[in-house]
Design a binder for this molecule. Structure first.
Ligand code: CP3
Length: 351
């Protein structure tokens, strides 16, 4: 058994795999599994005032969290929320524009960092805790409940850039020219995120995932300082509040520095995107942490034989190791629902 710690097996397959247990076929869930590709999501979404309103309405958010599990044979639910609820709770203006994604009032100097309000931020996220409680109450006992937050660097890059960007140039420039203010912002995000994740675990989440969606594109010095160091601090602070907290660190755009990331941060599992070769992940990561991933979401959009063949290659690459099957990045809105069913059957080992 690929087991490193003396953690009891719980029968929740995703939690067990994250903690180091190997399964004959890997358990699975899908990044961003609730969302616009589901007609029932679009229906609920139309009832909410706006996207953040949906995140803060526990009744609707818990319904949307459970939708993919009603339709598909998935092993985990991930609480419906967004990584940008933290900037919102810190007092920054966050809007989600139709067809454009998130738009924030960009932070351009130290004064703007000083205006953020960390006190009370976790308390302002109480509706998310209530969503977790509601989902846990309805979820079968063999399903894993996942909580999440954005990693400090990824969240900071939205807060500084004001929106998503290909290269996070605004955030990289700010980090290099306003070092002190940038470090203060990362520290604040570490503190609030630790409290937020602890709250989700106490409300019934089994595992938490930290999304480093903009972890690529940094040089090695920056990756160590802005990705590895704050994530290490976040995991340590979280575990000082919730002992033995099970953590998945997802990094989009990971390189061979993922090995150092896994070792230094102490995450239980590393989530990898589809650009990471499975042979490398098996040889270099599987000895250090469980691995989650990594089918290209476009293979799921296209479907058919190429999707099933690649899914099987991924499953086989990690045979005998602790592996959670997943996509390399979030499911896309244009994904045909039938392809999701076929993918799940393929991962389960249906001939
Ligand atoms: O099932 C789930 O996982 C849903 C919960 C969830 C959402 N966002 C809901 C959402 C999760 C885990 C996220 C994480 C998230 N949010 C990330 C990290 C994962 C990743 O994709 O890299 C990031 C970078 C964000 C920020 C964000 N939120 C963006 C860039 C966008 C716009 C792009 C898009 O996918 O629409 C959002 C909006 C968002 N978050 C939607 C959903 C369902 C769509 C908005 C809508 O329904 O109107």
């Amino acid at each position: 058994m690929g087991k490193k710690e003396a953690a009891e097996r719980t029968g929740k397959a995703v939690l067990d795999a994250v903690r180091g247990w190997a399964h004959e076929r890997p358990p699975l869930w899908l990044l961003r599994q609730a969302g616009r590709y589901l007609p029932e999501y679009r229906q609920v979404r139309a009832k909410a005032r706006d996207f953040l309103g949906l995140c803060y309405a526990p009744e609707l958010a818990s319904e949307v969290t459970l939708q993919p599990l009603r339709r598909f044979d998935l092993d985990a639910a991930i609480v419906f929320s967004d990584i940008l609820v933290i900037p919102d709770a810190l007092g920054q203006t966050v809007r989600f524009e139709e067809g454009e994604g998130p738009v924030l009032e960009a932070i351009t100097d130290a004064v703007a960092v000083g205006r953020l309000r960390a006190e009370g931020a976790v308390e302002r996220l109480a509706p998310v805790m209530e969503t977790v409680q509601r989902v846990r109450a309805e979820l079968a006992s063999d399903k894993t409940m996942i909580g999440f937050c954005g990693a400090p660097w990824t969240v900071a890059s939205y807060m500084i850039g004001g929106r998503g960007s290909v290269d996070q140039a605004a955030a990289r420039r700010f980090a290099l020219t306003h070092q002190e203010a940038f470090e203060a912002l990362l520290d604040m995000l570490v503190e609030v995120s630790a409290g937020y994740l602890a709250g989700q675990l106490r409300s019934g989440a089994d595992v938490v995932q930290i999304f480093e969606s903009w972890g690529g594109g940094l040089d090695e010095v920056a990756f160590r300082r802005w990705v590895i160091a704050p994530t290490e601090a976040l995991v340590r602070k979280l575990r000082s509040r919730v002992r033995g907290a099970a953590v998945i660190g997802y990094v989009r755009g990971g390189s061979e520095l993922l090995v150092e990331f896994a070792q230094a941060t102490g995450v239980n599992a590393v989530g990898i995107d589809h650009t990471v070769p499975v042979g490398f992940a098996r040889r270099r990561l599987s000895g250090v942490a469980a691995v989650q991933g990594n089918l290209d979401p476009l293979r799921l959009v296209a479907g058919g034989e190429q999707m099933r063949a690649r899914a099987e290659e991924i499953v086989e690459a990690f045979t005998g190791t602790a592996h959670v099957f997943n996509l390399g990045h979030g499911i896309r809105p244009e994904t045909p629902v039938g392809n999701v069913e076929e993918l799940i059957a393929a991962v389960r080992g249906g001939e």
